[in-house]
Structure formats: C-alpha cells, structure tokens
Write a protein that binds this ligand. Structure first.
Ligand code: ZN
Ligand code: ZN
Length: 188
C-alpha cells in the first residue's frame, strides 16, 4: 500500500540521505587522523543516531573489545576516506581566495586590524557608497519617458508640465473604464 506520508519520512539513520552532518565529518576526520598516526582503531564518542548513519553508509567499521563492557573502537573505511576527501574539496571551494569577491581581479583589502576584507579597496568604497545611498533614499529610479501601459507613446502631461504615468490614449481608455465602473456602481 502506498504511503502518502512517504516523502515526509525522515531518512535519518537509514543511510539514504546524501548529506552528512558537520559532526559526522568531524568523526571521520578524527578517525582518518588517527589512522595516519598508526592507530586505526580509536574510541570516539558518538551518539546512537550518528553511529547508525555512519555504519549504514559503510563509512566506519566497529571493533568490539575482547572483554565485556569494553568501549567500542572504530576505524574509517575506504568509503569513509573518500567521503571525507570529497567534503574537504567541497569546503575548500567555498572559501574566499586572495582576490576581491566582486571584481575578482584585485587583491582583497587589508584592514587596519590586519583582517582581510571581502573586497578590494575600490569595490569596498563602491559598496559602502551604494549602501549609504540606499539607506538615505538617494538612489532614484531613472524616470521612464514612455507610457506605463502601452510602452510606446510618450507620457501625457498635465497643464503645469508634470507627467502622467500613461499616454493620452491609454489615459482616456482608463478613464472610460473607470467611468463605466462608477456608473454600474450607481445603478445598484
Ligand atoms: Zn574588487
Ligand atoms: Zn499608452
């Protein structure tokens, strides 16, 4: 029988989800580091759900102690190493380099505190200028010269020279519609 709630069912612990938590990668990192130092099996503290996920995905391998009550040690599997490698590559890609995020040409500006800004000096100034103008409403949309309705004819003018949003024809058409509606309302 089809289960209508199937989509909402959690993949937690089933190994079906593609994504691993940061915590999971931390475990894999610790196991990989231990193996490099010559201790493939180490005891790590992980909760039940995380252990289940990692085991079902075949990323870690348990080693039960010889004696009763001894803590379970784990080692990383080749698949686990691959997952860790891919994750490290992914997280490397998102990191900002030495180049400005905006123009991607100039070096990032070093702030007086020594920290690197996200932008180069030019782009940073531009960014602050824009933000200032936005905040104080100094950015004006360029006025459109053509009718907002048909977009072809120039906008109509008031006797004093101000512009209506619509051209003469569209204004008339709109007024007719408005007058018709008004008349219909009066009839009721
Ligand atoms: Zn720049
Ligand atoms: Zn028009």
């Amino acid at each position: 029988m089809a289960n209508i709630h199937q989509k909402k069912q959690s993949h937690f612990g089933t190994g079906k989800s593609r994504y691993l938590s940061r915590q999971a990668y931390a475990v894999l990192e610790a196991l990989a580091a231990a193996e490099q130092q010559g201790y493939p099996f180490i005891v790590v503290e992980i909760n039940h759900a995380l252990r289940l996920t990692l085991m079902v995905k075949d990323l870690i391998m348990p080693h039960h102690g010889l004696h009763e009550g001894e803590a379970v040690a784990y080692r990383i599997t080749p698949r686990g190493k691959q997952a860790l490698r891919q994750w490290l590559q992914r997280s490397q890609r998102g990191k900002p380099g030495d180049l400005c995020r905006e123009c991607r040409q100039r070096q990032r500006h070093q702030q007086p505190s020594g920290r690197l800004a996200a932008y180069c000096l030019e782009c940073q100034r531009e960014y602050h200028r824009k933000r200032y103008h936005l905040r104080y409403g100094l950015v004006r949309q360029p006025k459109k010269k053509l009718c907002a309705d048909c977009g072809q004819q120039p906008r109509a003018q008031t006797p004093k020279g101000r512009l209506y949003p619509y051209c003469v024809d569209c204004r008339k058409a709109r007024e007719t519609v408005i007058r018709q509606r008004w008349r219909e309302r009066m009839k009721k």
